[in-house]
Design a protein around this ligand. Structure first.
Ligand code: SF4
Ligand code: SF4
Length: 131
């Protein structure tokens, strides 16, 4: 009993030492997300605008049904999204869209500062996702 008590105290004391804390003083200190953190999405750009070929696989795989895509073809017959939009208010950040994409046109970044006051600002359009 005493042994466990001392063990518990020593763990608490260890975390009180500078540099051993598991929390950060956000927002003064920014959290450094780990490599596989699933934050805001990003559409990968390429020479023609975006890598996306508007195949709808991400929208089909999305369990929250929060991806809206409208497609068109360019003069070379290549499909591209005229509209690509993610409603972050419905997104559960599962990453299925990234896994489903056959051309690695969408990825998830470490961006986690997504708080906003307007509902409209949670709709990330193609232009915003390409940034
Ligand atoms: S992370 Fe999940 S919920 Fe969010 S858009 Fe992708 S598939 Fe949908
Ligand atoms: S992001 Fe990928 S899966 Fe989604 S429509 Fe574009 S190419 Fe298809």
């Amino acid at each position: 009993m005493i042994k466990e008590f001392i063990q518990g105290l020593s763990i608490t004391a260890r975390h009180l030492l500078p540099g051993n804390s598991t929390t950060v003083e956000y927002p003064k200190v920014k959290y450094e997300p780990f490599e596989r953190f699933r934050g805001l999405h990003r559409l990968v750009p390429d020479h023609s605008g975006e890598k996306c070929v508007a195949c709808y696989l991400c929208a089909t795989a999305c369990p929250a049904k929060c991806i809206t895509i409208e497609a068109d073809e360019d003069e070379n017959g290549r499909k591209y999204p005229t509209v690509y939009q993610i409603d972050l208010l419905r997104c559960i950040f599962c990453g299925y869209c990234v896994e489903a994409c056959p051309v690695e046109a969408i990825e998830m970044t470490g961006e986690y500062e997504l708080a906003n006051l307007n509902r409209e600002d949670f709709c990330f359009t193609k232009e915003r996702l390409l940034k």
